[in-house]
Write a protein that binds this ligand. Structure first.
Ligand SMILES: *Cc1c(COP(=O)(O)O)cnc(C)c1O
Length: 339
């Protein structure tokens, strides 16, 4: 089925994403910064209602929902959750109903139906508003109970799709990258946005099985949580993922491969400041690629800052893994147009 053998092949997968995603260089941005050589992995082009990293996780999560005999999936996220929007699209493809628990201050629906919320609605999801924040355990349980009481069979997908199963999407993604670059030297670093941790945990396990640990540094730029909190969460996810796959990796090895930078959280989750605005404009104007206001804009701002601080050698090769999210641009007009 796939172009490369994957350690995840024994797990059921419901094909959703357009794979492999493109991998290409960023010549204008590289020249503008004077090196290192920059490349991008286009997981903003995974398909599924404007793309993003959750499509890869959902291939495994939706397969599990279908196998369990569910007729409805439920998940949760912030107001402009990309995960919620991609889950709604995945559910539509799989013939499942979709309920989304979304955060809003005072549990009030936002005044304007815009960005991902507009897409959630077009995709046919039922929206439930909560003022509880991640991991949304209680509101998810309440909606699950309501759906069960109505005689349906719900299946809950954790927020961000970050479970031992969801992260398998990024184990495969890293194997996909290894296959795409088998005739090239490995990247010195892969830089990406990290939040609920499944993407980073999956990438780490994928790098382990592809023999990239010690060659390619995987650097997650935290968009909201402290490095300490994320370190514990991702370590746990890596352990659970390895166990599921029968991959041996000791705690010291995991810890050595786990790199998180939490210096770019700025004003907090989804607060667009000067660094994000500059990064989004620069990528758009140099390369014609849209980053997003919440995740990739922040991660790219962090990468630009690290490059300007000469953290990378000029002849190194650095991959920016674009994880999607551009639909949220349309809910941040004011912040993005500010000068
Ligand atoms: C969810 C998301 C991330 C973070 O991925 P995690 O697996 O939650 O760490 C990064 N970028 C975008 C665009 C996202 O939607």
């Amino acid at each position: 089925m796939s172009a490369f053998p994957s350690v995840t092949d024994k797990l059921p997968r419901f094909a959703l994403a357009h794979l492999p995603t493109p991998l290409h260089d960023l010549p204008n941005l590289t020249a503008h910064l004077g090196g290192p050589a920059l490349f991008v992995k286009r997981d903003d082009e995974t398909g599924l209602a404007t793309g993003g990293n959750k499509a890869r996780k959902l291939e495994f999560l939706i397969a599990e929902a279908k196998e369990s005999g569910a007729d409805t999936v439920i998940t949760a996220g912030s107001t402009q959750s990309n995960h919620a929007r991609q889950t709604a699209a995945a559910a539509a493809r799989a013939g499942l109903a979709c309920h989304l628990v979304l955060y809003a201050p005072d549990a009030r629906p936002p005044q304007r139906v815009e960005g991902n919320v507009l897409l959630d609605t077009l995709l046919g999801a039922t929206l439930h508003w909560t003022d509880e924040k991640a991991p949304y355990v209680k509101p998810l349980a309440i909606v699950e109970e309501e759906i069960r009481a109505a005689g349906k069979k719900p299946h809950v997908i954790p927020y961000g799709g970050s479970s031992a199963l969801g992260l398998m999407g990024y184990v495969r993604a890293m194997e996909e990258l290894a296959a795409q670059t088998k005739d090239q030297p490995p990247f010195d670093a892969v830089v990406f946005a990290t939040s609920s941790g499944g993407t980073q945990a999956g990438m780490m396990i994928g790098a382990k099985v592809a023999g990239l640990i010690g060659k390619t540094r995987l650097l997650g730029i935290s968009v909201d949580m402290s490095a300490r909190t994320l370190h514990d969460r991702i370590t746990q996810l890596v352990r659970e993922g390895c166990q599921k796959l029968g991959v041996e990796w000791d705690g010291a090895g995991i810890s050595k491969a786990l790199h998180i930078n939490d210096n770019y959280i700025g004003g907090g989750y989804a607060v667009v400041g000067d660094p994000e605005r500059e990064a989004i404009r620069l990528l758009a104007r140099k390369e014609g690629i849209l980053a997003d206001p919440v995740y990739t804009g922040r991660a790219l701002a962090g990468l630009l800052d690290l490059i300007r601080k000469d953290i990378f050698k000029k002849d190194q090769r650095v991959l920016f893994w674009h994880t999607g999210g551009s639909a949220a641009l349309f809910a941040f007009e004011k912040e993005l147009l500010a000068t």
